[in-house]
Design a protein. Structure first.
Length: 475
């Protein structure tokens, strides 16, 4: 009754509820960059002796010097441009290697409250995503996207690859919203926009012609630097290959990065499309025609069934190509956890996600892990914090040694930046590098102390300070 009354007075109840729940005025990280730092003192650094403290000097957003902290020198922490780390760990900032900006928080937003999960299947997630997309509006996309970016920055994220869908329903809505967010948060986070074809590019009534036309239009936007597609949604093997060939050609033509959702199954009888991807990248001479751009292959759960011989063959076939595998474990384990009818009869329940640390260490591939989705039917659990994901990785990948924890941190930080072309894979903080950091822990509570990477991964904790290009955000 109250809803009907308010509606009769011209009040959009859903919008008002969203404004309260997703109040994009409550956090102004994107508009108020914070305070510029010239120095961070008394910080612990990755891969240094735990007892050692360091002072980092910053100039023009870059690290200009790193010196051992001398406790006998009078502290300068009273100065506005000096941050006292109080012995906490200062590490490279975090990065979302793969996140869907337009589909975040659909389960929490009142506008989509009727779209509840009933089966948890991939088919249902696709259907709910398509249904939600019909309701997308610019303000709605910006509001939900702002929440994702605000929460990510609070967690320590200063770079992300943001997927936004392009098709006959969304057209340029999601791209336009992402561009607005990129501009809004330009002083707090580097948002790399990926124009993404979630739906088939060569199947359907017109053979996907209009979708391809829209993707080419999206490419013309100067803020779009990545192209992505999903070959496995096509009707049949031949069209999957066409999808791959077309998107590779467009990426080279537009000097764009390439990001494919690939081989998303656990079916041993299915044909892995990665072989055709590599063949096409070589045929179209990516290594010489688009050598400064990265190639990311996401999901790739089918590769968990590969033998050692197949992995070695893959090593050889990918030589000369800047390929990174991006594991998306929270989505993969949820989506791949539903047995089909035949498996259910046999009592079989497979789960699978690419063993990213093993792929890096054993076979020398570049790799990262990402949150993929937040608050939708593809991934209804989890949050915007990459360190929480890395913490899950201890159990998911059986990666419990201190060396393992460094790898997990890199996979949501420096390796994620390398995979997306947004930085270097080095965990060490070096002179000349961009001053993008996360200070983990709070000296005010001893139980929140984080002095080494392994402590951060085992128990990330809630206390973080984010620094982007030498600016302490949110201060």
């Amino acid at each position: 009754m109250a809803g009907q009354y308010l509606a009769s007075r011209g009040v959009d109840v859903n919008k008002e509820m969203a404004r309260i729940q997703f109040d994009d005025n409550s956090s102004q990280t994107g508009e108020h960059a914070g305070r510029v730092l010239s120095k961070i003192i008394a910080a612990r650094l990755p891969r240094q002796e735990a007892k050692e403290l360091f002072d980092i000097t910053i100039a023009d957003g870059l690290v200009s010097s790193i010196e051992r902290h001398d406790p006998n020198i009078p502290s300068s922490n009273h100065l506005q441009n000096v941050l006292d780390a109080h012995g906490q760990l200062l590490a490279p900032s975090l990065c979302h290697a793969h996140v869907h900006l337009d589909k975040c928080f659909l389960l929490q937003h009142p506008k989509y409250s009727d779209m509840t999960i009933e089966s948890g299947s991939f088919k249902e997630a696709m259907e709910l995503g398509a249904k939600a997309k019909e309701r997308f509006e610019h303000d709605d996309l910006v509001t939900r996207g702002s929440r994702l970016i605000d929460e990510s920055i609070e967690a320590g994220v200063t770079a992300c690859r943001a997927f936004v869908e392009v098709d006959e329903v969304a057209e340029m809505k999601c791209v336009d919203a992402a561009v607005e967010l990129k501009q809004k948060y330009g002083k707090a986070c580097e948002i790399q926009i990926c124009a993404f074809a979630q739906l088939a590019l060569f199947s359907g009534e017109d053979g996907g012609a209009y979708r391809r036309e829209l993707m080419q239009k999206a490419m013309q936007n100067p803020n779009v630097h990545v192209l992505g597609s999903t070959p496995y949604v096509e009707d049949g093997l031949d069209k999957m290959k066409q999808n791959i060939e077309w998107i590779v050609e467009r990426a080279i033509e537009g000097e764009a990065h390439l990001d494919l959702h690939l081989d998303y199954s656990l079916e041993s009888g299915s044909t892995p499309m990665i072989w055709h991807v590599l063949e096409e990248l070589h045929r179209q001479k990516w290594a010489t025609r688009n050598s400064t751009r990265s190639i990311c292959l996401g999901h790739c759960t089918r590769l968990t069934l590969f033998t050692k011989e197949e992995w070695k063959k893959l090593q050889h076939a990918s030589k000369g190509l800047p390929i990174s595998f991006v594991g998306l474990p929270t989505s993969d384990l949820f989506m791949m956890g539903r047995p089909d009818a035949e498996d259910e009869k046999q009592g079989v329940r497979q789960r699978g996600t690419l063993q990213i640390p093993h792929v890096i260490e054993e076979y020398g591939f570049q790799g990262a892990i990402g949150i993929n989705n937040v608050g939708n039917a593809f991934t209804p659990y989890g949050n915007c914090d990459p360190l929480t994901l890395a913490c899950y990785g201890v159990g998911i990948y059986h990666a419990g040694t201190q060396k393992d924890t460094e790898m997990l941190y890199e996979c949501v930080s420096t390796r994620a930046k390398q995979a997306t072309g947004l930085g270097s894979a080095e965990l060490e903080i070096r002179v000349g590098g961009q001053a993008d950091f996360v200070l983990v822990g709070s000296h005010e509570k001893s139980r929140s102390e984080r002095r080494a990477i392994w402590e951060v991964i085992y128990d990330p904790g809630p206390h973080r300070k984010t620094i982007y290009k030498g600016v302490l955000l949110g201060s």
